[in-house]
Design a binder for this molecule. Structure first.
Ligand code: IVH
Length: 681
């Protein structure tokens, strides 16, 4: 391999030292954030440190180790999970459902078994019963080497790639009292906040939401592609040791304390009590505070604290005799489904929502429940007038679990999916790969904030300065109802804003006016048609040449365009066929918005050539440079690879330039680039 000048003159020692420094810093900040809950640096600064480490490890692959913080960002998909046999079986617990059962299934039984007096008070460890998934982590010489799911208790699946993404877990145990081998068992779970965000994103993407945080955690842990897991912030609490070689513990309390010293998260609510009544009190207390916890628990677990006693008691079939799971009653209730209303989200997803006769579900009055989507409604055969069972399962809005069919009178009505948007009357589409129904309206009020923000954004109409805050004020002052209204704004309109000066207002007006002469592809992208990103917009502009042609294109004509499949074609066609959208496009034209038709550049003199820009260009902006390349049939791509033909380096070019040098790719300065454009080969 050809070495760059930089690498030849820079001693390798420096890179190694910097890598070590970065890892120490990242581990430190990770700990402050996840274990101590008191970060010292911003997320952006953390990301910068991580990015620097990623770059260095890419350049010096020999420096990569399994414990590097970069290993947490996820790896490419594995074909399937490897099987892992647990050294000791992973047991389950016997359930108790009330105070009486906690006493009888644990304390009474134990004392009989051990021949102890009834009055004797045994020390018990009480812990919340996390509603997640059991996993076993193996640390050898302090280093995390294996992580497996419980599976059938004997054999689980190797999920180490996904477990490495759990930022609160140490990849290496801290301290100097680390056993040669220690197995740590615990629960992987999702915080309620993370769960709700995942579901919001899923609904926006037309994917079916997870029913509860447990399912979401399970789905994340069993991802073959750990880059997806890395985006789902899983958490972990350790609750039991497995095999320990080269060390021992005398009690559960001691074990949890030591695990915590090693840097392993344990539940801070775990508490040692003396006597079974303490365990009953703990169960009742946890039930009271359950709603205020940031994660789901489905009960408590009571364990005999002393490991010697645990060993003496042993196990029967699949559960130990020294512990019991004290389950909370499910948070369910029955009520009447009075009506189904439709809610339109920020991105146009239309969700059916159950309007319920108000009912108390463990202390919270519930009058609405999400029905998620029309598939789910049909699958559960939910009808208006039904008696339904609802459940609160970690979501802000409870869900309908099932219909009590025995209570049907025959007067119930089967709901039908809406033919058009209940808010703006535009057409609705359903993508082949989605469960969601979406409104295609460009002026649908719930979608306006997002629509305008996108319309004005950089890759779209590029109205500089028209960011989120400006959009917010335009909407709250009622100054824009459609994107066309943007072109009707006056200086006086802007002067009503908070903190608005004459100069800023002038700049905004100029940016809006300048966008009138945009290219057709930008305009098409700006319309925010579902599944039409910048690439597709470009392909459409090239294929149809003008907006007038595109507007009347049939689904067949659309599908004949490169990269456009049936669903995307239907989405585009429905968009332009919807009268409210046509109206806005006509208004835009009348207001002088004139998307420029593009000349087809297939087979230009730079056809098939790939360009990468890096550093700051002073002679022209990036967009302009891109247009120059694309105007002659070339492509502009984001990263350097063997397929790159030219790297155009501006001022302060960084790692892309180094990589280009390593790969022996032609590097052009700005002047050379200009010459190439003017005189292509
Ligand atoms: S102790 C041999 N402690 O509950 C007993 N389990 O039915 C090992 N769980 O599969 C389990 N929180 O996934 C224990 N603090 C806790 C727990 C807990 C949740 C789960 C665990 C296990 C199931 C038992």
């Amino acid at each position: 391999m050809q070495l760059s000048l930089l690498e030849q003159t820079e001693p390798r020692f420096d890179a190694e030292q910097r890598v070590t420094e970065l890892r120490i810093q990242l581990d430190y900040h990770n700990k402050r954030y996840y274990q101590l809950d008191s970060p010292e640096i911003s997320d952006a600064d953390y990301d910068r440190l991580m990015a620097e480490l990623v770059v260095l490890e890419e350049r010096f692959p020999q420096l990569v180790t399994t414990e590097s913080p970069t290993q947490r960002v996820g790896a490419a998909p594995v074909g399937r999970f490897r099987e892992v046999r647990h050294r000791l079986p992973m047991l389950s617990l016997e359930n108790a459902t009330d105070a009486g059962e906690i006493r009888s299934k644990l304390d009474v039984r134990i004392k009989k078994e051990l021949g102890m007096a009834d009055a004797e008070a045994l020390p018990y460890m009480c812990e919340p019963k996390m509603d997640g998934l059991a996993v076993e982590l193996v640390y050898e010489q302090g280093l995390l080497t294996v992580a497996s799911t419980r599976g059938d208790g004997v054999t689980g699946e190797d999920v180490i790639h996904n477990i490495r993404t759990v930022r609160s877990l140490p990849l290496r145990l801290a301290g100097d009292d680390i056993p040669a081998l220690v197995e740590l068992r615990g629960e992987v779970f999702l915080s309620l906040e993370a769960f709700q965000k995942i579901n919001r994103d899923r609904e926006e993407n037309g994917e079916p939401p997870f029913a509860n945080p447990r399912n979401a955690a399970a789905g994340s842990l069993r991802q073959l592609d750990s880059r997806i897991t890395a985006r789902r912030p899983l958490s972990f609490f350790c609750y039991a040791p497995g095999v320990v070689e080269g060390g021992s513990f005398t009690s559960q309390r001691e074990f949890l304390d030591v695990a915590q010293r090693w840097g392993v998260p344990i539940n801070p609510l775990a508490r040692l009590v003396i006597g079974i009544e303490g365990a009953v009190d703990y169960y009742q207390e946890m039930q009271r505070i359950r709603e205020s916890l940031p994660y789901e628990i489905d009960g408590t677990v009571v364990k005999v604290d002393a490991f010697a006693l645990q060993r003496e008691l042993g196990q029967k079939s699949r559960s130990p005799l020294w512990a019991v799971a004290c389950k909370f009653p499910p948070r369910q209730a029955e009520t009447l489904l009075e009506d189904i209303i439709l809610s339109v989200g920020r991105t146009g997803v239309i969700t059916p929502v159950a309007q319920l006769r108000p009912v108390d579900v463990s202390g919270v009055t519930v009058s609405r429940a999400t029905l998620h989507n029309w598939d789910e409604l049909a699958a559960k055969d939910i009808r208006i007038g039904d008696t339904v069972v609802i459940e609160r399962a970690g979501d802000v809005i409870p869900a309908v679990v099932r219909v009590v069919t025995e209570r049907r009178s025959g007067a119930e009505r089967v709901p039908s999916s809406p033919p058009c948007c209940p808010v703006c009357g535009s057409a609705v589409v359903r993508m082949a790969d989605e469960v969601a129904l979406r409104c295609v309206g460009i002026s649908c009020p719930p979608q306006m904030r997002e629509a305008i923000r996108h319309f004005a954004s950089r890759g779209a109409m590029d109205m500089e300065g028209l960011g989120e805050k400006v959009v917010e004020q335009l909407l709250s002052l009622g100054l824009v109802r459609t994107v066309a209204d943007l072109f009707r704004l006056t200086r006086d309109d802007f002067m009503q804003f908070e903190r608005m000066g004459d100069k800023l207002a002038g700049n905004l007006l100029a940016a809006i006016a300048a966008s009138k002469n945009c290219s057709m592809d930008r305009f098409v992208y700006a319309l925010g048609i579902r599944h039409v990103g910048e690439r597709t917009a470009k392909a459409l502009a090239q294929a149809f040449g003008s907006l007038e042609h595109l507007e009347v294109a049939t689904v067949e004509e659309l599908t004949s365009v490169r990269d456009i499949g049936g669903t995307v074609a239907v989405s585009i066609h429905t968009f332009f066929a919807s009268p409210p959208n046509r109206l806005v496009i006509d208004q835009l034209r009348e207001l002088g918005v004139c998307p420029m038709a593009v000349a087809k550049t297939v087979g230009g003199r730079l056809a098939g050539k790939n360009f990468v820009f890096t550093g700051t260009l002073t002679g022209f902006n990036r967009d302009h440079a891109r247009q120059l390349v694309e105007g002659q049939g070339g492509n502009v791509v984001g990263s350097v690879s063997r397929k790159t033909d030219y790297v155009v380096a501006g001022e302060e070019a960084g790692s892309k330039l180094d990589k280009a040098r390593n790969l022996g790719i032609t590097i052009l300065g700005e002047e050379e680039f200009r010459a190439l454009i003017e005189n292509p080969p």
